[in-house]
Design a protein around this ligand. Structure first.
Ligand code: BTN
Length: 264
């Protein structure tokens, strides 16, 4: 990864934001690194060639092989109520899809609620958002993005951009696009919430109308996924036609194979 190259792409994209880059060979986690910085009024971006303790959601490990993929975190100051942020990880997933589209990848990439990017039913990318709060109104958003770019994914449940395109991909250009798309959409989300993103979500929603089984607060629930509500919760209609609204933090689920589920 190369700061000069990223800045050149950002200039071409006309991104004027003040950015401090931290381009590292190796770090435990780019999210953890940005979390440890003292408070700052500008955007900070950390990219590493490898992470020794890359973190995924629910405390999982994010495997971070050297030199092939994107391990990038973006830190932005946020002044406001944390309630405004519900649905942010869905928006970040849509931003990543927009960045991929902008570099010419328009194959059917979908988002599995809340934030896994899939191609061909295989995971391509994930994001992990963390927040550092100074007080009730002053925070730093840390948006961590892991994308399989040029990794060899044979015999794994994963895929990479090179599987999709058959070519190697310029990681500096993609990081610049991620920053540009974030600049374009984050403010819109913070001002208007998820509403302006619904139509995009509906075109990318992997779960829509799929039968799924959920573990929610130790209860098992089966039903059909019916999209998201205005705060980004998954809407699940059960066999009795009752709608359930589920938050990502307390929900794990599996898609039920078609032939074992009585469609409603
Ligand atoms: C997931 O579980 O799907 C989210 C994975 C997020 C991984 C990225 S890689 C860059 C950043 N640093 C981390 O330690 N995690 C995120």
């Amino acid at each position: 990864m190369n700061e000069t190259a990223i800045r050149q792409y950002l200039n071409r994209l006309n991104v004027q934001t003040m950015i401090q880059f931290h381009i590292l060979d190796s770090i435990d986690s780019t999210n953890r690194y940005l979390k440890s910085l003292t408070s700052s009024n500008i955007t900070e971006v950390c990219c590493a060639e490898t992470q020794t303790q890359g973190r995924g959601r629910f405390g999982r490990v994010w495997q971070s092989l050297p030199g092939e993929n994107i391990y990038c975190s973006i830190r932005k100051p946020f002044h406001g109520d944390l309630k405004q942020l519900s649905g942010l990880s869905l928006v970040v997933s849509m931003i990543i899809v927009a960045a991929l589209n902008a570099i010419g990848i328009d194959q059917a990439i979908q988002i599995k609620w809340p934030n896994d990017l899939l191609w061909n039913n295989q995971k391509l990318c994930g994001n992990l958002i963390e927040i550092v709060s100074q007080n009730q109104q002053e925070h730093a958003l840390i948006i961590g993005i892991g994308i399989n770019v040029n990794a060899n994914t044979q015999e794994s449940a994963w895929c990479s951009l090179s599987d999709i395109t058959g070519k190697t991909c310029d990681r500096n250009r993609l990081v610049a696009e991620l920053i540009a798309q974030l600049e374009k959409h984050l403010e819109l989300f913070l001002t208007h919430g998820l509403k302006p993103f619904f139509s995009t979500w509906n075109t990318l929603d992997y779960l829509i109308n799929q039968p799924i089984r959920l573990n929610h607060h130790k209860n098992e629930l089966t039903g059909i996924a019916r999209g998201i509500d205005e705060t980004g919760r998954l809407m699940l209609m059960d066999e009795r036609g009752v709608m359930h609204y589920l938050s990502s933090g307390d929900t794990s689920f599996a898609i039920i194979p078609d032939d074992t589920f009585q469609r409603i």
